[in-house]
Structures are given as C-alpha cells and as structure tokens.
Design a protein around this ligand. Structure first.
Ligand code: UD1
Length: 418
C-alpha cells in the first residue's frame, strides 16, 4: 500500500496554483445527465472521485471524452442502465447525486445505498424527502433505493438541515420538473452557486442558488453548455494552513478570495497577515500566531472540511484552543494520530481542547479519511524527523498533485509503495 514519507526540512515558500473544485465538479458532472446535447466542462481536477463519477455515468450510458488538461465533453443520449449497483455507488458518497438527474429526465432511478463512512453515518433522508415532495414514489429493498414518477412536480421544500448534497440533488431534480420549486434552508456553499450557474447556462431557471432560499422554475429540457469549474477553496485553505504552520510566505494563485472568507477571517483573528487580490492571495510570512476557538458551521461559517487542518495548526500554536465540530458526528479521527506525533488534544464529545505544544515528532500514522490525511501531512511538514502516513488513497481522492505541489514550495515528501 502506498504511503507518504515526509522528511522535515526547511521549507521556503513561493507560489502554488489551486486546482478545480472536486466538490463542484461532482454535482456538475452528475447534472450533465439532464442535458440533451453535449456539455463541455473544464478545470476538472484529476482525482479518483471524479473517475468514479465518470464510471457511473459511463455505466448509465453517457459518452464521456476527457482530455489531460481537465476538460470533459459529456453527452447522455439514451440510457443503457437505470440502476447504479453497489460496486459503483459505495466507492464515494457523491454517487447519490445522479438520482435527481435520472429521476428528472428519465422518471426513474435505482441506486444502491452508498453506506456509512468513517466521519459519520451520512443519511440521505433529506434528499429522499425532497424527491417525495416532488411526487416521486420511493421504495427501498435489498439495499437499493428505487424512485419513480410520471414527471416530477415543483414543490415547496424546507430542509431540516442545510445539507449540501440534498440541496444539489434537489436543484438538479427541480430544473426539469413541472412548475416552481422553492428550497428553503438550502445550503449556501459556493459549490451550489457553481452548480446553479452551470444549470442556468444549460437553460435552467434557477434564482438565488448559493443562498438559503433557492427558487427553480422547471424547464422541459436542458441543452449543453461550456462551463469552467470554480477553484477548490478547501485545497486553498489547506495550503494557507501549510504556510501558517511552516511560517513561510506563500502566494496562492487561482482562487476566488470571497469563497475563502470564513478561513481568512479566522486566520486574521489568529494574527496571520493575508493580502487579497482579484484571483490570488498572499500569506505574508507568519510571525506569532494566537490560539483560537473554531466552530464548524454551514457556509458562510467555518468549513468542516478545514477542521482537521486547522486543528493541526492549533496543535503547535501557543495557548489553549477549542474546536467544535457541529456538522459530522465522528470527525476527530485525526486527533489520536496527531497526539501520537506529540500534540496535546483532548476530545469531549464534539469538542476538541488543544493545548499548543512547541514541537511535533515524526512517526507512523494513518490517514483515516481525506481531510484527516491532509491534517497529518501538514503536521508531518514541521514534525522532527520522518513521518510515514499510510492509507494515502484517502488523501489522493481530494488533492490533485498534492505531493508535487508540496515539494514545489520546498517540502520533502515522497510516495513509497513498500
Ligand atoms: C458535502 C461535501 C463534503 C462536506 C460536506 C459539508 C461533496 C461531494 N462533499 O458532503 O466534503 O464535508 O458537504 O460541508 O460536496 N445529512 C442528513 N440527511 C441527509 C443529508 C445530510 O442528516 O439527507 C447530514 C449529514 O449526516 C451531515 C450533515 O447533514 O451530518 C451535512 O451533510 P451534507 O451537507 O449533506 O454533506 P455532503 O453533501 O454529504
């Protein structure tokens, strides 16, 4: 199994460029199923989750032509299959995002339940309640969700929680439903604005995508368009954290600074100076960093996908910090591993109390999930000696060319298959 080997070295800084957002690309690729002519999507990151989504679309009958520059032309003419089997669905949670498109365009979909994952139970009840409100008949047997309808009808949907996936699935479904859908308490993450912009370019009529109340006037069919995926704000936040931990100046190119606001605000509170420009930011060489309290919340709150990385930073920040995780019930799996590297962090339910320490020491640790793995990689950059991270396939699911980019700023990271 592949591992990262990270040797401590003096990291210099410099500049890196951020890839397209995985979490934007996944629903947009799923949404392409709605279009009756080809769509051309660019700035798609080269990641296993994206290949897994292509595999599902191929299986369903889509033609997909990909290029090494991150562009894909996707065209769904007539479907070959309407059932996404467990072997394809269980690989990643976003597989369920094809449900809305299949149901809306072909009036039927069957998808194997993706199952739980290390960070939490991750139910799909909010997606299903929304489809039911739009007139779909939903059954579950033998681990497969089956949904069918004559034609989805617009509905008023109030989400109990602003779920990102449910908001995306329901926006996609409502785009070709009959009549008006209003989604209240919708998620407002930038990836939702990107999805709405994509669907509107295909001919949908979506208003206020990326706010808590989204209105969708259903249209009969969507046509293809050209769309460029937004930059990955979590990748950018991870490199911001790398700069803060290594105390290096870093220019982070190809970002949308307003998408980073919840992260930049917290970093500034901690005393880290950040210059914001039109499409890049500069972290000035960080000096003394202060302890801070962080609570994860739906956008525009602090992102849960940055919780593990900021916990790594706080573990070497003088003073006592507190991190509260409100989105996922089991997202502290990086903490026992950070403690093995010398961090002093106690967990009490959804709260982590961090006593900053001067140094971490390299050892063998395991990446239990994507962001936990990123947090351990960041810790490895400044830990004395050598850090060996196993199960790195979790990390590689979400960071394009991670090792190359880290080495570009002066780190000493390699991949071994021993
Ligand atoms: C997306 C992101 C993920 C991020 C998360 C929260 C993608 C591919 N993944 O995941 O990286 O961490 O948003 O920002 O974009 N919930 C329910 N019922 C549902 C749906 C969700 O109870 O039907 C709960 C979940 O268990 C979780 C919370 O809502 O506790 C947030 O989940 P959600 O926003 O749906 O996350 P994802 O879309 O799965």
């Amino acid at each position: 199994m592949a591992k990262y080997i990270i040797n401590q070295t003096s990291i210099t800084g410099g500049e890196i460029s951020i890839s397209g957002s995985k979490n934007s690309a996944l629903p947009i690729i799923a949404g392409s199923i709605l279009c009756t002519s080809p769509v051309k999507i660019s700035n798609i990151p080269n990641l296993s989750d994206i290949f897994n989504m292509y595999e599902i679309l191929n299986y369903l009958g889509c033609e997909i032509n990909t290029k090494s520059d991150g562009t894909a032309i996707i065209y769904m003419n007539s479907p070959k299959n309407m059932l996404v089997p467990y072997e394809l669905a269980h690989k990643f949670r976003a597989s369920f995002l094809v449900m809305g498109a299949l149901l809306s365009r072909f009036k039927k979909a069957e998808i194997a339940l993706p199952g739980g994952c290390p960070i939490g139970n991750r139910p799909i009840d909010l997606h299903l309640k929304g489809f039911s409100a739009m007139g779909a008949e939903i059954t579950q047997e033998h681990g497969i969700i089956e949904a069918k309808c004559d034609r989805l009808k617009g509905a008023k949907i109030y989400l109990d929680f602003p779920s990102v996936g449910a908001t995306e699935n329901l926006i996609i479904a409502a785009s070709c439903a009959e009549g008006k859908t209003i989604i209240e308490n919708a998620a407002a993450e930038p990836e939702i604005s990107d999805l709405a912009n994509f669907l509107n370019a295909c001919g949908a009529d979506i208003k206020n995508g990326g706010t808590s109340t989204v209105t969708i006037n259903g249209t009969k069919e969507l046509k293809g368009c050209e769309h460029n995926i937004i930059p990955d704000r979590i990748e950018a936040g991870t490199f911001m954290t790398a700069a803060a931990m290594c105390k290096i100046p870093l220019t982070i190119k190809n970002v949308i600074p307003k998408h980073l606001k919840p992260i930049t605000a917290k970093f500034r509170e901690m005393g880290i100076e950040i210059e914001e420009h039109k499409n890049y930011i500069k972290i000035l060489r960080p000096g003394n960093i202060s302890a801070a309290d962080v609570k994860t919340l739906p956008f525009p709150g602090f992102p849960t996908d940055m919780q593990a990385q900021i916990t790594s930073l706080l573990s070497i920040t003088h003073g006592t910090s507190m991190v509260v995780e409100t989105i996922f019930e089991n997202r502290f799996l990086h903490i026992p591993e950070l403690n093995r590297m010398g961090a002093n962090i106690k967990i009490d339910g959804r709260c982590a109390i961090i006593e900053g320490t001067n140094r971490l020491t390299g050892t063998k640790v395991t990446a239990t999930d994507l962001r936990a793995g990123a947090a351990l990689t960041l810790a490895g950059l400044i830990a004395d000696g050598t850090t060996e991270i196993s199960d790195i396939e979790h990390i590689e699911r979400g960071y394009e060319n991670f090792v190359d980019k880290l080495n570009q700023i002066g780190a000493d990271v390699s991949i071994t298959n021993d």
